[in-house]
Design a protein around this ligand. Structure first.
Ligand SMILES: [Zn+2]
Length: 379
């Protein structure tokens, strides 16, 4: 057979398909093609994936990529592609006043993207210095409706931040109104939960099935833990279908909180970085593969880890079966990594650390059949 790209001799791994075997996989045009065992393939380009793991293209479901519109925005192609990321979702960097310019900008990148629309008209422009106005009194329903109707394939939800320093005396009122707004719009709500003005159990009790808790393992103020264990209210929220996303960030991740949750079998549904211009390339956050390596070191099973950056986020953005999978005929977004044995020292912003002995290294990134990055080791 002939193909455009052949990926040779890697461990093909996609838990959503029950796929785990060493072999070849190919790309024809923009689609994935399976290579029958023993079949010779003539390809224009060939990637040597010996000793590597071939995964569906990684989806980072929480990032900040409004490079030209906010201080915190980073270039998705530079921050993601060399680190194996094929799709990024922006977590509310824009609102109803400026999302058009943002979507226009995103068209110019190779990285695939979606956005969550901030409830604040101007979006989140800084991390902490200037917080966004989340007062529901100034929300105009018609503007939200217009955005969601015009870009149903690009805008994947609403976003609100509920930290004490952002909501102030409004307390939980903005979240309550945001849930109502999301309900009326028929969309998902993403909630930044670090240092909330109530317990995390109370917060998650306000969410609907399919709404997303960002910063699941944060360690500021009220966390997921009560009396040193995952709170019963959190387990109840999960039973109801609330989604728990890592959204690591810098100050939104606490190693002991994550360790306790994982030890108790409370695994994140999706694994994401919350990378922005400050945290990208910073040892606290650095990249999606670094976040994944950290969770792996804490004992998150590998199949759950991979699901959290492939099938699960694809489902969140309405692309399950098309993205985040190695299914034959699906779009050829493919990430090749190597799980290397080496000493790693992970840290968090609270002064905790974790020593590990394995690190996921990026080897190749293919988006829609195009090789966008490859390590010289794959030549
Ligand atoms: Zn964020």
């Amino acid at each position: 057979m002939t193909a455009d790209v052949l990926i040779r001799g890697g461990r093909l791994y996609d838990p959503s398909l029950g796929l785990d075997r060493v072999g070849d996989i190919a790309v024809s045009g923009r689609k994935i093609v399976f290579v029958p065992e023993g079949e010779a393939v003539e390809a224009r380009r060939s990637i040597n994936a010996g000793g590597c793991i071939v995964l569906p293209g990684l989806i980072d479901v929480h990032t900040h990529i409004n490079r030209f519109g906010t201080y915190i925005g980073m270039n998705p192609d530079i921050a993601g592609i060399p680190m194996g990321v094929t799709t990024m979702v922006d977590g509310g960097s824009t609102g109803v006043s400026n999302y058009r310019a943002f979507l226009h900008q995103l068209d110019g990148y190779e990285t695939k993207s979606r956005i969550a629309l901030n409830v604040c008209a101007g979006g989140q422009i800084m991390s902490t210095q200037y917080t966004e106005n989340v007062d529901p009194k100034v929300w105009e329903y018609g503007l939200f409706k217009e955005a969601f109707e015009e870009f149903p394939d690009k805008i994947v939800g609403l976003k609100i931040r509920t930290s004490r320093n952002i909501v102030g005396e409004l307390g939980m009122e903005p979240l309550k109104k945001a849930v109502e707004l999301a309900d009326r719009l028929g969309t998902r709500l993403y909630v930044h939960t670090t240092n909330p003005p109530c317990t995390m159990a109370e917060l998650t009790a306000m969410l609907r099935p399919g709404d997303v808790v960002c910063h699941t393992f944060h360690g500021v103020g009220n966390t997921l833990l009560e009396d040193g264990h995952v709170a019963p209210g959190i387990l109840e929220a999960r039973r109801r279908g609330v989604i728990f996303d890592v959204s690591q960030g810098q100050g939104n991740f606490c190693i002991p909180v994550a360790q306790t949750c994982i030890a108790e079998g409370f695994y994140p549904d999706t694994v994401s970085t919350d990378l922005n211009r400050d945290s990208w390339n910073n040892p606290l956050a650095y990249s999606l593969l670094m976040t994944m390596s950290k969770l792996l070191a804490m004992g998150l099973p590998f199949d759950r880890l991979v699901d959290g950056v492939t099938r699960a986020p694809a489902a969140l953005i309405g692309a399950e079966g098309e993205m985040g999978t190695l299914r034959e005929g699906s779009c050829a977004d493919i990430t090749v990594v190597r799980l290397t044995e080496r000493a790693v020292h992970f840290i968090d912003k609270h002064g905790n650390s974790l020593d590990a002995d394995r690190l996921l290294m990026p080897m190749a990134t293919i988006i829609d059949g195009q090789i966008q990055y490859r390590s010289p080791d794959t030549l």
